[in-house]
Design a protein. Structure first.
Ligand SMILES: [Cu+2]
Length: 125
């Protein structure tokens, strides 16, 4: 390989490094809720200890028709398991939801599920 070829290889490498860097900074990290178990009746305390940033996202994997994900807007709704009008509901079974700065509240809106512990709140910085 001549010096020209080596230069191209370095440029190409830099290109990929930059692309990767941009992708990471724009997209943020993706955290899979519940690990290999996915979104379900689990304790998420451990999961909640991660330090999240705005722009990171949570990936909710679950059997659709059994569960869903509702993003509720307040601690009150979260605590009382209420899906207010205007709350976003996700039902695909594979939902990637971006975190906004501050608290983000998620519950399953299927009756009885949230009150049985199927809820998650995370704070993004
Ligand atoms: Cu559920």
């Amino acid at each position: 390989m001549g010096s020209h070829g080596r230069g191209s290889a370095v440029l190409l490498l830099m290109f990929f490094v930059l692309i990767n860097f941009q992708w990471r900074s724009v997209e943020g990290r993706v955290y899979k809720v519940g690990g290999s178990q996915g979104w379900g009746f689990l304790s998420y305390q451990k999961f909640s200890s991660v330090k999240y940033k705005a722009g990171d996202s949570l990936l909710f994997i679950y059997p659709r028709y059994i569960h869903d994900v509702a993003q509720v807007g307040s601690l009150k709704d979260y605590t009382n398991c209420v899906v207010s009008k205007g709350a976003k509901r996700y039902t695909s079974g594979k939902d990637k939801i971006d975190l906004k700065k501050g608290w983000n509240y998620f519950i399953c809106s299927v009756p009885g599920h949230c009150s049985s512990g199927m809820k998650l709140k995370v704070q993004a910085f």
